[in-house]
Ligand binder design. Sequence first.
Ligand SMILES: Nc1ncnc2c1ncn2[C@@H]1O[C@H](COP(=O)(O)OP(=O)(O)OP(=O)(O)O)[C@@H](O)[C@H]1O
Ligand SMILES: [Mg+2]
Length: 315
Amino acid sequence: MPRFGMIFKSSKMQRVLQIIDAISNTPTTVLITGETGTGKELIAQAIHKNSNRAHKSFVAINCGAIPSDLMERELFGNEKGAFTGAYHKAIGKLEYANGGTVFLDEISTLNPYLQVKLLRVIQEKMFEPIGALIPMEIDIRFIAAANVNLYEEMMKGNFREDLYYRLNVLPIELPPLRERKEDIPLLLKHFIEEYSNRYNKKIAGITNKAMNVLINHSWPGNIRELQNLSEMLVILWTENRKIDANDLPNNCFRMDAKAPPTIDYNDAMRTFEREYIRNILSETGWNRTEAAKKMGIHRNTLTHKMKELELNSTH
Ligand SMILES: Nc1ncnc2c1ncn2[C@@H]1O[C@H](COP(=O)(O)OP(=O)(O)OP(=O)(O)O)[C@@H](O)[C@H]1O
Ligand SMILES: [Mg+2]
């Protein structure tokens, strides 16, 4: 049963889930970093749902999406008459999220002025709506996310050092999909099933060859890219057979710089064969009988191929 809608089996993600369990009920600030599409928002929601704040609001704010003066109003709200055009008192997201969790997405894009204001809120657990005279006490769990290296941004002078250390009390680093390849088949199965149901299609599965290409893809857009690919394949699917490597869009075939374009045919085939066999062997813990069965070849053929390709578990 997937926890918080998260599909995984890699030890790297198991470790992340252990961290979530350990930290959910602390009031401490969390900083989630990871490439685009690695699941930062999903993790932030999981922490909230797993905490004693679950019955209160989870408010997500994308710091990069809103111009900074609007952002200040969004966050802090304002009293009536606080500025020209402020005909009404407006409740800010901080006040709205009181008792719950605020998710500050793309925190690296927060402007310096708001960085100072936010630091104060986190440190003093108080804030003033724009134009208010009396500060308001609040109880908020802050979770921030960045898909750039926030430490580097701080070193370059683009992000305040004091705020960085305030946010980075509990760091969670989400590994890119290419560093947890074991999750790829599981995620594909999950999304293909989900979209098959949604679009009312029958898909017989994925051939080993296609799976191998997908496992070796570098997935720069991570899980979102895999999700989008699954949806596209399902939508375009009209046949009653398994999805094969030729059905995949060209961008999956690049073999990701492992084979330079000038390589000759035999070398390319050798590289491909080596990668393919090595992947299946590592999936089966280097059990040749099981691996040969998966590939649909005889065990002796596999042994022969391994000798020919100089393939063993050490390289
Ligand atoms: N382990 C997982 N299992 C199932 N779905 C996942 C998993 N991780 C992420 N997803 C899905 O992948 C998509 C991208 O996740 P999310 O939006 O959390 O990524 P992100 O790191 O916030 O990306 P960005 O940096 O681009 O904002 C979402 O649709 C999310 O539901
Ligand atoms: Mg996100």
